[in-house]
Design a protein around this ligand. Structure first.
Ligand SMILES: Cc1cc2nc3c(=O)[nH]c(=O)nc-3n(C[C@H](O)[C@H](O)[C@H](O)COP(=O)(O)O)c2cc1C
Length: 311
């Protein structure tokens, strides 16, 4: 089944549940533009998440989802809130949602865990989830080890449930490439950051628009929590400390609240300017509808051209 039919959306595009960015207002704007908007629980308390859901419900009558951060301090309450509000679609990250699946299924919720390995994808399928989001290490934010082209292929070859690709997708040709690997659609993050409706600080948007792919780096490999982001003073200091064998605590202190500093305060020096490798091709401030429609139209054109070449 097509992702559009499964989720009742226009384009096969899911917005990543980006902490501090994916507010109720932003998720509603994505859903109103034809994608699946997703509220990121990561940056909110349980009480704030309720407010974000209510905002989203007021602003759209289209389907939207919640990204459940399984490491959230208030995860038990959050796992109930989504049932209480009749949320129909969940994506999950940072852990194993196994404990909550029966409860969510009893509320007719579709569940799409974000995975970064074939082994985890197989475990998720056995738990009865509706699909998986296979996120390659090209992505912005916290990442796994495998690249999208390897991961999506492996996972799609091993599972019989739908696979959605994430990591490095910002164009129609990239969407077509992951379709060839077996994906039914894509989860996108980086290409939405410069959107007019995206609630990040203007300086963050400017950085994204002007950045080259070569300015992207990864920190945190040593402590097992790698994050992809733009190079700045914070990443330079972090990498220097990593090389000098700094204690975990010292490293954690440098990144604590750093995404929030970039998103809300526009701190481009000590903030964490998370984005994926595809940032070099994300150069325009546009409306969400133009970004989503642009990807999908290019995908249809590229597919037609490719088929014509092969015939
Ligand atoms: C700024 C930023 C913050 C992110 N925060 C989260 C998060 O809180 N939870 C999550 O599951 N994924 C998060 N992600 C990953 C996205 O949901 C999405 O999977 C990813 O951006 C897709 O790859 P792309 O960046 O190449 O488009 C984040 C990505 C970015 C760029």
């Amino acid at each position: 089944m097509k992702l559009q039919e499964m989720l009742n959306i226009k384009y096969p595009l899911i917005q990543g549940g980006m902490a501090h960015i994916a507010t109720g207002k932003f998720a509603a704007a994505v859903s109103n533009s034809g994608g699946l908007g997703v509220i990121g629980s990561g940056g909110f308390t349980a009480k704030e998440l309720r407010d974000e859901i209510e905002t989203c419900l007021k602003l759209t009558d289209k389907p939207f989802g919640i990204n459940i951060l399984l490491l959230h301090r208030e995860i038990e309450e959050i796992s109930d809130i989504v049932c209480e509000y009749g949320i129909k679609i969940l994506t999950t990250g940072a852990g194993n949602p196994g404990k909550y699946i029966d409860k969510w299924k009893a509320h007719n919720i579709k569940i799409f865990p974000v995975i970064s390995s074939k082994a985890l994808a197989i475990r998720m399928e056995k738990l009865g989830v509706d699909g998986v989001i296979a996120e390659g290490q090209e992505a912005g934010g916290h990442i796994g080890e495998l690249g999208t082209i390897v991961l999506v292929n492996e996972v799609a070859n091993s599972l019989s449930i739908p696979v959605i690709a994430a990591g490095g997708i910002a164009s129609g040709k990239q969407l077509l490439a992951v379709e060839a690997l077996g994906a039914v659609g894509a989860q996108i993050g980086t290409c939405l950051l410069p959107a007019i409706e995206c609630p990040i600080h203007d300086d963050y948007k400017e950085k994204i628009i002007n950045a080259k792919s070569s300015q992207v780096t990864v920190i945190g490999r040593i402590n097992g929590l790698p994050v992809r982001l733009l190079k700045n003073e914070m990443t330079r200091k972090y990498i220097e400390c990593e090389k000098n064998g700094a204690e975990l605590q010292e490293l954690e202190q440098m990144t604590l609240g750093a995404l929030r500093r970039a998103v809300k305060d526009g701190d481009m020096i000590n903030g964490s300017i998370m984005c994926g490798q595809v940032v070099g091709e994300v150069n325009l401030r546009r409306k969400l509808v133009d970004i989503l429609d642009g990807i999908y139209s290019e995908y249809l054109n590229a597919k037609e051209k490719l088929c014509a070449k092969q015939n």
